[in-house]
Design a protein around this ligand. Structure first.
Ligand code: NAP
Length: 454
């Protein structure tokens, strides 16, 4: 079976679904292709009304959908509820702002009239990950559909029920058949879909190898692509940081979602003057996290989404310890059937260790000690990744100066990096290219077309 829905807390297989054969995929693509011109010609305000309906359905079904997310990938039920709320917010945001973002842009030239018209590209393929199984999809779909594109989803293999539930939301909201389809296909089938002439563009959120492969096919076929890849965000703690507030935010940023967020703080780069005090307070806070049933409101840290991911993480941790990193707390799997990894801190991480060079996609914080501010900035920018970063200091001007020098797509001062429909989201370097959300996101999959009239 290609798609296994397995509860990461109990290990129970909830559902197994076979991958579609070529005929079934072909029939879905035909339906999407047939729907594409009519959807592009549908007035923008009508498209936005349907997005508002999708938001309503998300809110009405919030608890059921949140339960499904928790069952399939293990995050805390409260986190799943917040994710559904955020999807509704994203739909409302584009329903409200798309017409302003996409209005003709008048430009004064030697013509009698000249302007840019933003027109849809056609059908966009979205290859999506399991860690925010609804939000990742909605933050692509809301702007893409509002702009008049149709959408085709290849979701991660471990969240097939979420994939089908998302398709159903658009259907129930009244989007015409074929405007949004979920394809139950394997990763190996993605190449052929990108190559298909009925697909105009592709967006992928996921790992670097998947991004490389999708971008290569898109490039080969001269199709627009957006890549939202991994990150190893710096969380720079300067000697004048407010220790209590900084530690509180460090815990949320690193351990939210079972530690499986692309924009989680992953590298805690702490200047020597505060490092021992930070590590000691951080350890106390991390040891207070409570593992357990993700449906139980008393649980404060979720299991990881799959056992194989937990085992990969443990290997990265063990190799780093062998290379000289120091386990402050955790650093081992929790016994039992759930895919739990103990909330962990690795201190004295240095260049050359796996924890320094690679993304740790689970509940493990790494502490890298820096001599001073300049050294901290050097370490932060030494990463191959460039998704987000944050600076913690009571001197806001100093924080802003450093934030501007961080090589990443989003730099926060005294706040942990988060996504918000109003601000652009995306990375530089090996974290990918292109932007989602805000007006930048809706402009990724449109033709900025010049109209020139004498
Ligand atoms: P993944 O293994 O790359 O999977 C992501 C999606 O890509 C899945 O649908 C997967 O399908 C598909 N896929 C995998 N290999 C592919 C290939 N060669 N060609 C085409 N499609 C392929 O990533 P993951 O483990 O699910 O997610 C974790 C990674 O995503 C982390 O690195 C994380 O930082 C990153 N991430 C980035 C962002 C961001 O916005 N920048 C957000 C969330 C996550 P199958 O499931 O069928 O393999």
């Amino acid at each position: 079976m290609a798609f296994q829905s397995i509860n990461p807390f109990t290990g129970e297989t909830l559902q197994s679904l076979a991958a579609w054969d070529r005929e079934r995929t072909e029939s879905a693509l035909q339906q999407v292709a047939a729907a594409t011109p009519a959807w592009a010609a549908t007035p923008l305000l009508q498209r936005c009304d349907l997005l508002r309906k999708a938001a309503e359905i998300l809110r009405t079904r919030k608890d059921t959908l949140a339960h499904l997310i928790t069952l399939e990938m293990g995050k805390l039920y409260t986190e799943s509820q917040a994710e559904i709320e955020k999807c509704a917010l994203g739909c409302d945001y584009y329903a409200q702002n798309a017409s302003e973002f996409l209005k003709d842009e008048m430009i004064t030239t030697d013509a009698g009239k000249s302007y840019v018209a933003y027109q849809p590209l056609g059908s966009v393929l979205a290859v999506m990950p399991w860690n925010f199984p609804f939000w990742q999809v909605f933050r692509f779909a809301a702007p893409a559909l509002a702009a008049g594109n149709t959408g085709v989803l290849k979701h991660a293999s471990n969240v097939p029920q979420c994939a089908l539930a998302i398709e159903d939301i658009f259907k129930q909201a009244g989007f015409p058949d074929g405007v949004f389809r979920t394809l139950m296909i394997r990763a190996a089938d993605v190449k052929a879909v990108i190559e298909d002439p009925r697909i105009a563009a592709v967006t992928l959120t996921g790992s670097e190898p998947a991004g490389r492969s999708v971008a290569a096919t898109a490039g080969d076929n001269i199709k627009k692509s957006v890549l939202e890849l991994g990150g190893s965000d710096a969380f720079i703690v300067l000697e004048d940081a407010d220790l209590i507030d900084t530690v509180k935010n460090a815990v949320i940023s690193r351990y939210l979602n079972g530690g499986q967020s692309c924009i989680a703080a992953k590298r805690f780069i702490v200047v020597d003057a505060i490092a021992d005090r930070f590590v000691s307070a951080f350890k106390t806070a991390v040891e207070a996290l409570k593992t357990g049933d993700p449906m139980d409101p008393a649980t404060t840290i979720a299991p990881m989404a799959r056992l194989d991911l937990r085992d990969d993480l443990h290997r990265q941790v063990q190799d780093s310890i062998t290379a000289g990193a120091v386990a402050v707390t955790g650093c081992e799997p929790l016994a039992g059937s759930g895919a739990f990894y103990k909330p962990s801190i690795l201190d004295h991480v240095e260049a050359g260790m796996r924890a320094y060079e690679e993304e740790l996609f689970g509940p493990v914080a790494i502490v890298i000690r820096a001599n001073d501010e300049t050294d901290a900035l050097r370490i932060a920018n030494e990463s191959r990744f460039g998704l987000g970063g944050s600076v913690w200091t009571q001197d806001l001007a100093r924080g802003e100066r450093l934030a501007r020098q961080l090589q990443c797509g989003a730099a926060f001062v005294n706040g942990f990096v988060k996504s918000d429909p109003r601000i652009p989201f995306g990375g530089v370097k090996a974290s990918g290219y292109g932007r989602e959300l805000s007006h930048h996101g809706i402009h990724e999959f449109v033709n900025a077309k010049t109209i020139w009239i004498k």
